[in-house]
Design a protein around this ligand. Structure first.
Ligand SMILES: C[S@@+](CC[C@H](N)C(=O)[O-])C[C@H]1O[C@@H](n2cnc3c(N)ncnc32)[C@H](O)[C@@H]1O
Length: 169
């Protein structure tokens, strides 16, 4: 089994070392960060592992909505990207990841937040937003709630829970 992330901390490496069948690979799953880092808004179509027919199960786990966050902030701060342009890059990164997943020949499971909800200390909803940048979400077969930011963890006046959905692509 391979686990892929942009970076693995020592603590994750230590945990993974308990499993002889787990390999950690640091890799930019968008295959676009080199371009975006230089201010080039060129979102690529990722291809790594697509020709590996031994891969029979791919799980994209709580990742897809994270892909645009830091690159888009970087482009806006460092290269004065407009909100409109930033929106296009965000959508393209999400769309490209979906297209990438759909090209694997084996089973593909997408686990991702579908709605992010902010709550006040009494648990009343303050705001909710679509973390998919308005890209159409594949239908989820099942959902659960994730208390991603309990009250007080990073803000004493609000908490956040995400509705997580699972799709088979
Ligand atoms: C919410 S965490 C989920 C981590 C892990 N998949 C899990 O479910 O425990 C989002 C992860 O996305 C990773 N990530 C963000 N952009 C990435 C990219 N371009 N390529 C690979 N991983 C990325 C971050 O490093 C972070 O670990």
């Amino acid at each position: 089994m391979i686990l892929v992330d942009l970076v693995f901390l020592k603590s994750a490496r230590r945990l993974a070392s308990n499993y002889s069948n787990v390999e950690l690979i640091e890799h930019d799953i968008t295959e676009s960060l080199d371009w975006l880092y230089q201010g080039q808004t060129l979102v690529q179509s990722p291809f790594r592992w697509l020709n590996d027919s031994s891969i029979d199960l791919v799980i994209s786990l709580n990742l897809i909505t994270q892909l645009p966050l830091i690159p888009v902030r970087w482009l806006m701060d460092e290269f004065d990207l407009s909100e409109l342009e930033a929106d296009i890059v965000g959508k393209q990164l999400i769309f490209a990841h979906l297209s990438y997943l759909k090209q694997f020949s084996g089973e593909v499971c997408l686990i991702a937040d579908r709605v992010d909800i902010e709550l006040d200390p009494q648990g009343l909803e303050l705001d909710r937003f679509d973390p998919w940048w308005d890209v159409e979400q594949p239908k989820a077969d099942t959902h659960w709630e994730w208390d991603v930011m309990p009250l007080g963890e990073s803000d004493a006046s609000k908490s956040q829970k995400n509705l997580i959905g699972v799709s088979t692509l």
